[in-house]
Design a protein around this ligand. Structure first.
Ligand SMILES: [Cu+2]
Length: 133
């Protein structure tokens, strides 16, 4: 069961990366002309830190989250009207995507599992660019 879920996550991530690579307009994602494809933002979860781009562009955003640690972790984004996270934590080595629409502004990013947030799995990101129409 866990193995098949892992494969689905890996497949979804590969698919997103594939789409991002094959779409010549991917540089324009998040601009007013719009695009259904999320702006990809890679995230690495470890004990106990979250590594990611600090200033992603506003728009539809696809977080490509990989658990590079040795224990389960989750990934939450909270700010403005956004409060999103995975329903289930990611196992070590697992990668999954989380897509959400981000307006410009500051968002708190953290791991909501146990005391991971207070141990360092927390950061803030400054989303830049025009607001979503
Ligand atoms: Cu964690």
């Amino acid at each position: 069961m866990r193995r098949s879920l892992l494969h689905i996550g890996a497949f979804a991530s590969a698919f997103v990366l594939l789409v991002a690579c094959e779409n010549p307009d991917s540089a324009a994602i998040g601009t007013p002309d719009g695009s259904p494809t999320g702006n990809p933002v890679e995230v690495s979860l470890t004990e106990f830190a979250i590594e990611m781009e600090a200033s992603p562009r506003a728009g539809i955003t696809t977080f490509i989250v990989t658990n590079d640690g040795s224990m389960d972790h989750n990934f939450a984004v909270v700010g403005g009207v956004i409060d999103t996270r995975f329903d289930e934590p990611l196992a070590p080595g697992e990668s999954r995507t989380l897509t959400t629409a981000l307006d410009a502004g500051v968002y708190q990013v953290f791991c909501p599992l146990g005391d991971h947030e207070s141990r360092g799995m927390a950061t803030s990101i400054q989303v830049i660019g025009p607001e979503i129409p």
